[in-house]
Design a protein around this ligand. Structure first.
Ligand SMILES: NC(=O)c1ccc[n+]([C@@H]2O[C@H](COP(=O)([O-])OP(=O)(O)OC[C@H]3O[C@@H](n4cnc5c(N)ncnc54)[C@H](OP(=O)(O)O)[C@@H]3O)[C@@H](O)[C@H]2O)c1
Length: 240
C-alpha cells in the first residue's frame, strides 16, 4: 500500500477562528494571505491606499472582513483607522505589518531625498504607527501576536537597494527590541517571507522575478505559518 500523501497545509482547517489585522492587502503577499486566511474562515481587517482595490475586496470577501483605504505614511490616518476598526470589529488576535514600498534600483546617493524619506515613512514609521495605536488594545485584551514583514535584505545587503535594506534592517532591530518590552501574553517577530513574484520583486529583479513562486503558492505555506505563531516565538527572527 502506498504511503499516504501529506495534506497541503492550506487544506487543514484551523477551527480557532482568528481576527487578523493585515496591512497592504490590495495586491502581492497581503492579498494572497487574505485569500488563504478567509478560505479557512478567519476574519481579516486590512488596508491599502488603492480605493478601487479596497472597495472590490469589500464585496469579494466575507462580511466579517473589513477593508479600509488608509495611507500608513500618515500616523493620524493610521490611528483613526485602528481606533474606528477596534470599535466596530474588536481587537485583532494577530497583526501582520505587511505593507511596504521599494525605491527603483540605484546607488544610495542617487535616490531622490523625497523618495528616501517617503520609503522610511511607509516602511518604518508606518509599522511604528500601527504598533503604537494597536498595542493599548492588545494589552487590554491580554493577548496578541505582531508579525512585521522583514526581508532577506533585512539580514543581508545587495547593491542598488540601500534605502530598502535600511528600512528592513530597522524592522528587524525595532521588532526584536519591541519584543523585550512586551508583557508575557503578547509577542512580536520579524518575518522574512522569502522571494515571491510580486510587483515589488519585479521592480528590483526585473524579468527574473518570473522564476519566483506566485503569492498564492507562497500563501499555502505562509498562512499556516502565521496562524501557528505563539508567544513562545517572541523575539525570534523567523522566515517562512
Ligand atoms: N515579494 C518579495 O519577494 C518580498 C521579499 C522580501 C520581503 N518582502 C516584504 O513583503 C511585504 C509585501 O511585499 P509585496 O511583495 O507583496 O509588495 P507589493 O506587491 O508591492 O504590495 C505592497 C502592498 O503594500 C501596500 N502599501 C504600500 N504603501 C502603502 C501605504 N503607504 N499605506 C498602505 N498600504 C500601502 C500596497 O497597496 P497600495 O499601493 O494600494 O497602497 C500593496 O497592497 C513587504 O513588507 C515587503 O518588503 C517581499
Amino acid at each position: 500500500m502506498p504511503d499516504p500523501q501529506p495534506v497541503p497545509n492550506i487544506l487543514m482547517k484551523d477551527y480557532r477562528t482568528r481576527k487578523i489585522l493585515l496591512t497592504g492587502v490590495s495586491r502581492g503577499l497581503g492579498h494572497a494571505l487574505t485569500d488563504a486566511f478567509t478560505v479557512q474562515g478567519h476574519a481579516v481587517a486590512g488596508c491599502a491606499r488603492s480605493a478601487d482595490d479596497v472597495n472590490a475586496m469589500q464585496s469579494k470577501f466575507p462580511a466579517n472582513c473589513d477593508f479600509s483605504v488608509v495611507d500608513l505614511a500618515s500616523d493620524a490616518e493610521t490611528g483613526a483607522w485602528i481606533n474606528a476598526l477596534v470599535t466596530r470589529w474588536g481587537p485583532p488576535d494577530l497583526v501582520i505589518n505587511n505593507a511596504a514600498i521599494i525605491n527603483p534600483n540605484m546607488p544610495l546617493w542617487e535616490v531622490p531625498y523625497s523618495d528616501f524619506t517617503h520609503l522610511v515613512q511607509v516602511n518604518i514609521n508606518g509599522v511604528f504607527s500601527v504598533i503604537r495605536h494597536i498595542m493599548p488594545h492588545l494589552i487590554e485584551q491580554q493577548h496578541g501576536i505582531i508579525a512585521n514583514l522583514s526581508s532577506g535584505w533585512g539580514r543581508s545587503v545587495s547593491a542598488g537597494v540601500a534605502s530598502y535594506c535600511a528600512s528592513k534592517w530597522a524592522i528587524e532591530g525595532m521588532t526584536l527590541a519591541l519584543a523585550e518590552d512586551l508583557p508575557p501574553d503578547i509577542a512580536a517577530v520579524p518575518v522574512n517571507p522569502g522571494v515571491i513574484n510580486t510587483t515589488m520583486l519585479q521592480s528590483c529583479f526585473g524579468s527574473s522575478a518570473d522564476q519566483a513562486p506566485t503569492p498564492e503558492q507562497w500563501a499555502e505555506t505562509a498562512a499556516p505559518f502565521f496562524l501557528n505563531l505563539s508567544v513562545s516565538d517572541n523575539g525570534k527572527s523567523l522566515s517562512v
